[in-house]
Design a protein around this ligand. Sequence first.
Ligand SMILES: [Zn+2]
Length: 241
Amino acid sequence: MTIPKYLSDTYLEEFTAKITKVIEMDDSVAVYCDDTIFYPQGGGQPCDLGIIIIDGCTHRVHHTETTEDGIAHVLESHPSLLTCTGKPCIQRIDIQRRLFNAKSHTAGHLISHLFEELDSNLSPAKGHHYPDDAYIELIESERTNDTFSVALINEQIDTLVDKTPRPIQSIELDLAEVQSLRPLLSKFIPQSTKIRMIAIDGFTPVPCGGTHVSSTSELKGLRVTRIKRKKDRIKVSYLID
Ligand SMILES: [Zn+2]
């Protein structure tokens, strides 16, 4: 399977692709391409927005989503779009929005790792990396009486962002390796042969299909704001500049 362009380069703002299909909807049109730099909404990360230029005409991308036909770039209806299958197009994402989403998403992973280090009974369970309501949830395999301090976590974040930043990479692992590294999480991912993982240097990689930044030094302004325990879950809310 080809790796979509948005997964191979978080920082790529513009890309030329070929239009493979156009589907007319009520008051909009879904355009599909042979590859895309637009991240489709999902995995707790908002979609990319931006523009697509076809025959010199600029069309705004209002939404990007995964459908049964592939990744749909949703544009406002225009008669010229109905005959553009096979044509080249220039894709350009709103790079500020992308970088914010990538930072927020990566921040969720980093916070999750810090909690896992404090209590080995915790595993990442959910991420919601939206600007006004960013949080992660961890699940406890065994009840412990830990109380977590917002100040302590923020101190550790400062160290990893400012003093000793860690590189971040996307890696591919075999399913068996993922099952051994992440037994709980591996049950909830597509059981394909190769699994994409995000690897923050020094922490156990996690399966993820989102966009991430390349170093923890890019997470300036990251602050955990609240830690809430409910039954076997711990919810950690955070903000990033
Ligand atoms: Zn991720």
